[in-house]
Design a protein around this ligand. Structure first.
Ligand SMILES: N[C@@H](CCC(=O)N[C@@H](CS)C(=O)NCC(=O)O)C(=O)O
Length: 279
């Protein structure tokens, strides 16, 4: 039991973890990032069922996620877009719930997101882009969010790999060095902010010639970038050396706005903002 945990054994016996955070104030930056900067005080936390997979919520998927983490919301948007039902279990990172021994049995990496597909013998999968691929391969029967041409399939993978190796981890370092790293190291902060601009530059070079990353239509490749980009634009590089998204990266801005107009993408961005406001 962590310092802020209260175990309630006779409530909601099949929920894994739920918490409600009574904390009312966080700085605007930490509000938008993975970890709250001030002490996090859940008013209750349930740590109950021994089984992470046999859920009784009746939804097809369980999604282990976090109210702020862009990678979890990305998965939620594709689940929503494909009309799949899911129950989100939000971890409290401050209480290190993502490192809980039971959760590590599902995801040895101790991070979010992880899904359990109760419609496929409780199949467990982690790494957000692997999850997106699984969802479209198995459940996107009309191949709306993916491609079928062989060369385009590899291009789709190329963008997903670039997102998971070149976008998410670098963008996350701005959050780390701005908020959580004990020492303030301006050169590190600057390096990663510049890396965000570099990634926007890569996207701009491509999107100034085509509307979508691959296949001439929106796919999971585009969607996989949306939540981190949104955080970067509105927060991580906001105000950095006169950063002006629309002016500096017009094609990427137009593409991003088209992504935000997709109901499932807009929905998760709005849900995230509303939850951060509340917590
Ligand atoms: N490449 C992974 C990254 C996962 C990741 O870093 N998730 C963050 C939240 S967005 C996390 O769980 N952080 C908590 C931690 O590092 O303990 C993916 O795309 O799923």
């Amino acid at each position: 039991m962590g310092p802020f945990r209260q175990q309630v054994n006779d409530l909601e016996p099949n929920m894994v973890y739920k918490y409600r955070d009574s904390q009312s104030h966080m700085s605007s930056l930490s509000n938008s990032l993975s970890l709250p900067s001030t002490p996090h005080r859940p008013t209750f936390l349930l740590a109950i069922t021994p089984s992470y997979s046999n859920m009784s919520h009746g939804k097809q998927f369980t999604l282990y996620t976090h109210i702020s983490g862009p990678n979890g919301w990305k998965v939620a948007s594709v689940l929503e877009e494909l009309g799949l039902t899911f129950e989100s279990v939000f971890f409290n990172f401050q209480a290190a719930e993502q490192k809980n021994a039971d959760y590590l049995k599902l995801n040895p990496n101790g991070r979010i997101p992880t899904i359990v597909d109760h419609g496929n013998n409780d199949f467990v999968l982690w790494e957000s882009d692997a999850i997106l691929l699984y969802l479209v391969d198995r459940y996107d029967k009309e191949k709306r969010l993916t491609v079928t041409d062989e060369r385009e399939k590899y291009q789709l993978l190329q963008w997903l790999f670039f997102q998971s190796s070149g976008q998410g981890p670098y963008f996350g370092q701005v959050a780390w060095f701005t908020i959580y790293h004990a020492e303030k190291i301006p050169s590190a902060i600057e390096r990663y902010k510049r890396e965000i601009l570099r990634v926007f530059g890569v996207l701009e070079a491509v999107l100034s010639k085509q509307d979508w990353l691959v296949g001439g239509k929106v796919t999971i490749a585009d969607i996989s970038f949306a939540t981190w980009n949104n955080l970067a634009i509105n927060n991580l590089v906001a105000g950095f050396e006169g950063f002006d998204f629309e002016k500096d990266f017009p094609a990427t801005a137009a593409w991003h706005n088209k992504l935000l107009a997709i109901p499932s993408v807009k929905s998760v961005i709005d849900q995230r903002a509303a939850m951060l406001q509340k917590h």
